[in-house]
Design a protein around this ligand. Structure first.
Ligand SMILES: CC(C)(COP(=O)(O)OP(=O)(O)OC[C@H]1O[C@@H](n2cnc3c(N)ncnc32)[C@H](O)[C@@H]1OP(=O)(O)O)[C@@H](O)C(=O)NCCC(=O)NCCS
Length: 158
């Protein structure tokens, strides 16, 4: 299978507290269980929230999103997603890099995240950016109708 070409024009935009509806819509296309609008509103209302979307295409559309949170000098990625039709074009990497820059500018020293142990694609993306394995939480992800799945804890020095 050939890898689609990298995109030349991707705009990374900050999302404010009014972005809950769009984030919930995008999240529901990629995750089950999905987080609802009220959950996103709460997360976006957090003073340390960093939420970004990637817009591309002609006419431009929102192709991906990332939501992180800053507490003191530590930051965390809470969720990341790129719509299926835009995957493998470099957008996920750009979103994580943009969040790293924003967190570093806000004086965070480390960036953490949890990812499902079976999510090889996301793990590959994070490791290619320098994230290191720092632990595992047994049976952390519980999904209806499926066996619980471990979470891998990854961390990056900023
Ligand atoms: C994980 C995800 C965000 C990656 O977004 P993306 O825009 O497709 O990723 P990129 O094109 O920036 O790829 C970055 C790296 O990820 C890895 N990668 C991405 N897609 C891959 C695939 N289909 N197969 C293997 N590796 C892949 C590669 O290392 C790639 O680098 P390379 O292209 O230089 O080889 C996207 O697949 C997604 O939204 N998945 C569903 C939701 C999810 O799992 N989110 C992460 C939760 S922590």
């Amino acid at each position: 299978m050939t890898t689609p070409p990298r995109l030349k024009h991707v705009s990374i935009l900050w999302v404010g507290t009014d972005g809950a509806e769009e984030l919930a819509r995008l999240h529901a296309r990629l995750f089950s269980p999905a987080w609802d609008m009220a959950s996103f509103k709460l997360l976006l209302d957090h003073p340390g929230s960093i939420a970004l979307t990637a817009r591309t295409g002609e006419p431009p559309e929102t192709a991906g999103f990332i939501l992180g949170r800053l507490v003191a000098d530590e930051a965390e990625i809470l969720t990341l997603g790129v719509c299926e039709s835009w995957q493998r074009r470099g957008i996920g990497r750009q979103l994580v890099e943009a969040l790293c820059r924003a967190a570093k500018k806000a004086e965070a020293r480390r960036l953490h995240l949890e990812v499902a142990a079976g999510n090889a694609i996301a793990i590959r993306l994070y490791k290619s950016l320098g994230f290191e394995d720092i632990g595992r939480r047994k049976g952390y992800y519980e999904r209806p109708g499926a066996a619980p799945e471990d979470a891998i804890n990854l961390s990056l020095a900023l």
